[in-house]
Design a protein around this ligand. Structure first.
Ligand SMILES: Cc1cc2nc3c(=O)[nH]c(=O)nc-3n(C[C@H](O)[C@H](O)[C@H](O)COP(=O)(O)O)c2cc1C
Length: 212
């Protein structure tokens, strides 16, 4: 039963991934393993390393019940998954730059003077940055981490479904998050697959790529 086996074979992880919408409800991912999955996924790159992704791991019966009311036609994923991870992008991404760059200095990844120079430049940059441009940037970053999360899940023997069909207007406030700050990205259901999902067609490279 299920498609994902614990493996580190990258081609198997990537090419074997399918959206799984039905899970074995008996399988619960522990908080420790979920934290590990998130830690691994967040090795993703992000604009100026601001790491604007935020995760709400919805795995309690109360959380799932609340989410069900917002999940439109994606009820099976909510009901049977081990958890649904609501991915958000944080409009206040610049608030963490000092911490991120200071840690890099402390760990010996970056000289102090590079940090000072970068923080100065970034502070000026973010002061002038239109909110819409920041929003587009953090959505790209959060998309990258979401993809890594789906692949990391498979390395742990789980499968996922990215879900865009939910009430994005109300998700943040429903879970006590500030709506203007936390931009909804997608839901990711995660759990032990209960079926094999469906194969799906991809356009040939000749249609989607050009060489100049
Ligand atoms: C941003 C995004 C939103 C999606 N929203 C939904 C959704 O609301 N419900 C659903 O069942 N699948 C959803 N999907 C899954 C796609 O239908 C699926 O990825 C696509 O058909 C390719 O199939 P595969 O994931 O099995 O390769 C979504 C995928 C993405 C990337």
């Amino acid at each position: 039963m299920g498609t994902a086996l614990k493996t580190n074979d990258f081609m198997e992880i990537m090419k074997g991934r399918r959206s799984i919408r039905n899970y074995d409800p008996a399988v619960k991912i522990s908080k420790e393993e979920m934290a590990e999955i998130l830690e691994e996924a967040t090795t993703a790159p992000s604009s100026v390393n601001a790491q604007p992704w935020r995760f709400l791991v919805i795995d309690s019966p109360e959380g799932k019940e609340k989410l069900a009311g917002l999940a439109q036609f994606n009820q099976t994923q909510v009901a049977t998954s081990s958890a649904v991870i609501a991915v958000f992008a944080d409009m206040n991404n610049a608030d963490y730059l000092e911490e991120i760059y200071s840690k890099a200095v402390e760990l010996g990844y970056m000289p102090q003077e590079v940090k000072d120079r970068q923080i100065k430049a970034l502070t000026a940059h973010f002061e002038k940055l239109p909110a819409q441009v920041n929003r587009e940037t953090i959505l790209i970053d959060a998309g990258l981490v979401s993809m890594q999360l789906m692949l990391t899940a498979r390395a742990h023997g789980y499968d996922t479904n990215p879900i865009g069909g939910y009430d994005k207007e109300n998700i943040a406030e429903a879970f006590g998050l500030e709506k203007e700050r936390y931009v909804p990205v997608m839901l990711l259901s995660i759990g032990k697959a209960a079926d094999e999902g469906y194969a799906s067609y991809r356009l040939p490279v000749a249609k989607i790529a050009q060489w100049k």
